[in-house]
Design a protein around this ligand. Structure first.
Ligand code: CAA
Length: 258
């Protein structure tokens, strides 16, 4: 796959999508978001891929939506064309696990895109924030919704209203990221985690992802009922037969492609 604003690599069953507009700290523009949707859908459909890593550069995962591109927009340019909504949320349709590997600036739309990943591994160089208020807009890709659900109202209001950045340690304390690793080990650690995920049954991984995401959309009782359906359905999959028979035979399970 060849893209103008992305770099693509694969490592076994892991696909790596790298945001690549280094001169603009990976500011997210229309072309990059269209390309990202295209790459994500291709890997989601590829039977040889079990997990996707989304990353940026050492300096920036992404410093937000492209301010130069949108500075002159009017309401008539944004509302009728559904700016942001039209092409930023493809990642939410991806059914395979997506791990975000974040180094450097992860701001505004960059932080919002990161929060659409399933979990985040951060370099100790990572800086997170929602500084949209400083450029006179609200967040537009879920910052006011996903951030409080992730780190709680007080911290979210603090970041959204003061525009301050938090470092990787604070991001880990607040639950925004699952792990912090030395910057020079970020891709090694992200690939190791993705390789573990990709070695599991893709069917079961998709079901877990869907079930966890359901938790944010429904009640506890309904969510547990939803999970139970997947649990029961798992007994109809080759993955359950392989996983449990491997355990009883004291051998490693081989889920590749199941
Ligand atoms: N859009 C466009 N260009 C950007 C950008 C952005 N969001 N962020 C950085 N850049 C560009 C800069 O204009 C600069 O380009 P030039 O070299 O051509 O001048 C280049 O990237 C390097 O940036 P700086 O010189 O500013 O680097 P720095 O190290 O001094 O500062 C920074 C880094 C703190 C991230 C600073 O660039 C910054 O504050 N960026 C904007 C962050 C921001 O406000 N993000 C929110 C955008 S709005 C949004 O995202 C809406 C939404 O919710 C969807």
């Amino acid at each position: 796959m060849e893209y103008a604003d992305l770099l693509i690599e694969t490592y076994g069953r892991v696909a790596v999508i790298r945001l690549n507009r280094p001169k603009a700290l990976n500011a997210l523009n229309d072309n990059m978001m269209n390309e990202l949707g295209d790459a994500l859908y291709k890997f989601d459909a590829d039977k040889n891929i079990g997990c996707i890593v989304l990353t940026g550069s050492e300096k920036a995962f992404a410093a937000g939506a492209d301010i130069a591109a949108m500075a002159e927009y009017t309401y008539a340019d944004t509302y009728p064309d559904n700016y942001i909504g039209r092409n930023w949320e493809h990642i939410l349709n991806v059914r395979k696990p997506v791990i975000g590997a974040v180094a450097g600036f992860c701001l505004g739309g960059g932080c919002e895109l990161a929060m659409m990943c399933d979990f985040l591994i951060a370099a100790d160089s990572a800086r997170f924030g929602q500084p949209e208020i400083k450029v006179g807009v609200t967040p537009g890709a879920g910052g006011t919704q996903r951030l409080p659900r992730t780190i709680g109202k007080a911290k979210a209001m603090d970041l959204l209203l003061t525009a301050r950045m938090i470092d990787a340690a604070e991001a880990e304390r607040t639950g925004l990221v699952s792990r912090v690793v030395p910057a020079d080990k970020l891709m090694e650690e992200a690939l190791a985690a993705a390789t573990v995920v990709a070695s599991m049954s893709v069917t079961v991984a998709m079901a877990i992802k869907d079930s966890v995401n359901r938790a944010f959309e429904t009640t506890l009782t309904e969510g547990v009922r939803y999970e139970r359906r997947y649990f029961h359905a798992a007994f109809g999959t080759p993955a359950q037969k392989e996983g449990m028979s491997a355990f009883l035979a004291k051998r490693a399970a081989k889920f590749d492609g199941l």
